[in-house]
Write a new protein. Structure first.
Length: 263
């Protein structure tokens, strides 16, 4: 088949399949080692991270050689099409090395306006969440289901997630806590899986800070396709990273945004 015979979604599925095959042999193995990428903290990377990104890049080299690539482990590769695939081979490596199944493979396709196709894949549970033009669906152990965000409008009814209890700077933590104080339930530690749960209609809000573009672009496209909204803490586009507010709908987004904006 020619390159043109594969849709962008087909290419994303092929990359997700390749990443799964590269990652799963390393998950929950006694021999897995993690290197630390930070001198003043802990940002782990494993052989699985690197193998997964290399596998996805190989798919793109075959099927989309004209597109650019931005990947966490191997940086930027310029393209000629004006489109860029944004890859995080394992979002949540801390969870990965701890054996929890809340990490995931993030794949986004973006143009000058930002991401318009997003995939969050959880290889171990076999769940794949896809969002983009004409698609908002997931596949998993129970089959295929459409994705639709929740209609929760009031913060006192909201379920709120973030990855780290400390969120970011002390000021960012204080902003997050203003929202958490109003929410019905706050949970921690789910990395990209929390964004998938927003798209799946299980969670109302995800609030995070200190993100990179490859952390947030796939969730943006996925959640938007399912009916939600993702911005920064000022209501502006979040696809360059930094602070992110993902919400199930415009009403709950506005309520959380008002509290985040307070100094």
């Amino acid at each position: 088949m020619t390159q043109a015979a594969f849709s962008d979604l087909d290419v994303a599925h092929r990359m997700a399949d390749a990443a799964r095959a590269a990652i799963l042999p390393h998950f929950r193995t006694a021999s897995l080692n993690a290197e630390n990428k930070l001198a003043g903290g802990f940002d782990p990377v494993t052989v699985a991270d690197r193998a997964a990104e290399q596998a996805m890049r190989a798919v793109l080299a075959e099927l989309r050689p004209e597109d650019g690539i931005l990947g966490e482990e191997f940086g930027t590769e310029q393209g000629s099409s004006g489109r860029t695939w944004v890859l995080d081979p394992i979002d949540g490596t801390r969870g990965f090395i701890s054996g929890t199944p809340t990490w995931g493979v993030l794949i986004a396709l973006a143009d000058e306006n930002g991401p318009f196709l997003g995939v969050i894949d959880q290889p171990y549970t076999g769940e794949r969440f896809c969002g983009g033009p004409d698609i908002a669906s997931m596949t998993g152990p129970l089959g295929e289901h459409s994705l639709q965000t929740r209609t929760t409008a009031a913060l006192e009814d909201a379920i709120l997630f973030t990855t780290f209890p400390e969120v970011g700077t002390p000021e960012e933590r204080a902003s997050f806590e203003r929202v958490a104080a109003c929410a019905k339930l706050t949970r921690y530690g789910t990395d990209c899986y929390a964004y998938a749960l927003v798209a799946a209609g299980q969670v109302d809000l995800v609030i995070e800070a200190g993100l990179n573009p490859y952390d947030i672009q796939a969730p943006i496209a996925l959640i938007q396709a399912a009916g939600g909204i993702v911005t920064d803490w000022q209501g502006n586009p979040a696809h360059n990273g930094g602070r992110a507010l993902a919400a199930a709908n415009a009403e709950i987004h506005a309520a959380a945004l008002e509290l985040l904006r307070q100094s």
